[in-house]
Design a protein around this ligand. Structure first.
Ligand code: IMP
Length: 409
């Protein structure tokens, strides 16, 4: 069975924890897009791991993990991460593979990324990891893939510094290279997870363009860039937080005013540890945007939702969620493509009662306070999508499963 797990907001929804949790039952974990711009945090008891490129399943000794075709891979960042894992006792050799169709991020792409950002009148707020440049080079057919590392003709297109860089890394990269489609076909009868990076609203096509990343972070990427065809994808899970966050620039209709007297922004940021894993930037915070979430469900055929960070609301008397927008006086109930419309959108908010108790020890859905279940029910009805998993803390144990993610819909 093949299950895709994607972020249903602007990234940082807690996918790392959820993929780590689901990986218990999977044999293969494929990450299908993005690069070292992503940051996945996994907490195991007292230990915390921050991964940027390697799929989260690597922490299990018996799982095989693959960096998929849609990824753009910076060899320096990759081997620094693998080195860190080895130092911390994770034996990855023989278990980490890279699609031979995945692209390489060359050092000058990072510089170019930064200088393009500096030249933008309205910067995107990129992570500076060369991601957009790598995807642009891929689209213009000037990129280098793992399969091309020993191809002298392809090397002729490169600058001398690039060739030196490729030659310095290729003997370490090529032993990890696999033909992903053949690999997955040979392991057809296993449970495989397709792990997305970033989120549906940062997807190049369906996100808040141009304030997006450059990869396919939606469910479509799981098929085309994960090495299988769309009909082989059995299920799509969408992970979202009880509230919204965003890093970098771009429209964010429910954003809290960071200077407001209520202090809600700082409260969420501190309670939810909303600081970037890759850049350390404080994340922008706001209430849950249900209009955006419903759009993400539709655009990605999300079968089932995973709600995370519900415990962040534990101490609140009341909180709100956005159920529509007012755009220049007009009520709008769909998620507009225009950044101008989204920037002008004022959220129409619905108020919910808080539960005022800790959810940390809750393990069964029925043990959740009524107010928390009311919130869950409302989201399900609004999005017409079931919430099958609720996460109430960072640890793998802090997870309530209502329906196994390995059940077909
Ligand atoms: P880039 O991916 O570095 O080009 O950045 C483009 C936009 O995507 C910026 O707003 C980044 O902050 C955002 N972004 C990229 N990766 C992530 C992620 O893993 N989580 C959240 N935001 C991200």
């Amino acid at each position: 069975m093949n299950v895709a797990v994607i972020g249903a907001q602007w990234g940082d929804e807690g996918k790392g924890k959820i993929v780590d949790y689901l990986a218990t039952d999977a044999q293969i974990i494929v990450r299908f897009s993005g690069g070292a711009n992503a940051g996945h945090t996994i907490v195991r008891g007292d230990e915390q791991f921050a991964l940027h490129l390697v799929p989260s399943g690597v922490l299990y000794p018996d799982k095989r993990v693959i960096l998929g075709t849609g990824m753009v891979i910076d060899p320096e960042a990759l081997f620094a991460e693998l080195g860190m894992l080895a130092e911390r006792g994770i034996d990855w050799e023989g278990r980490v593979f890279i699609s031979d169709r995945a692209h390489i991020v060359l050092p000058r792409y990072r510089e170019l990324d930064k200088s393009m950002e500096a030249g933008r009148r309205r910067p995107i707020g990129t992570t500076g990891r060369g991601i957009g440049v790598a995807y642009a080079m891929k689209s213009s057919r000037d990129g280098m893939r793992l399969a091309d590392l020993y191809d002298d003709e392809r090397m002729e297109n490169l600058e001398p510094g690039d060739v030196e860089f490729i030659k310095a890394w290729r003997d370490r990269l090529s032993p990890l290279s696999v033909d992903l489609t053949s690999f997955l076909a040979a392991h057809r009868n296993t449970y495989s997870l397709f792990e997305g990076a970033q989120g549906a609203l940062l997807d190049l096509d369906s996100g808040t363009y141009p304030f997006v990343s450059s990869g396919m972070s939606g469910a479509g990427g799981a098929a085309s860039q994960g090495g299988i065809g769309p009909r082989r994808l059995d299920k799509v899970l969408g992970v979202f937080k009880a509230y919204s966050t965003r890093v970098g620039n771009g429209p964010f209709p429910t954003e809290f005013d960071p200077d407001s007297q209520s202090g809600l922004c700082q409260f969420i940021r501190d309670t939810g540890r909303e600081y970037g894993v890759t850049t350390g930037r404080p994340r922008r915070c706001g209430y849950l945007d249900l209009v955006a979430l419903r759009y993400a469900c539709l655009a990605n055929s999300i079968d089932s939702l995973v709600l995370t960070h519900l415990d962040v609301y534990d101490t609140l008397e009341t909180f709100e969620a956005c159920v529509a927008y007012k755009i220049r006086g007009k009520l709008v109930e769909h998620f507009p493509a225009s950044v101008r419309d989204l920037s002008d959108a004022e959220p129409v908010l619905r108020t919910f009662r808080g539960w005022k108790r800790s959810l940390k020890e809750v393990r069964e859905y029925d043990e959740l306070p009524r107010e928390a279940r009311d919130y869950v029910n409302f989201i399900e009805e609004y999005t017409e999508t079931a919430i099958d998993i609720v996460s109430v803390g960072y640890d793998r144990r802090d997870t309530i499963v209502r329906k196994s993610p390995w059940t077909r819909y």
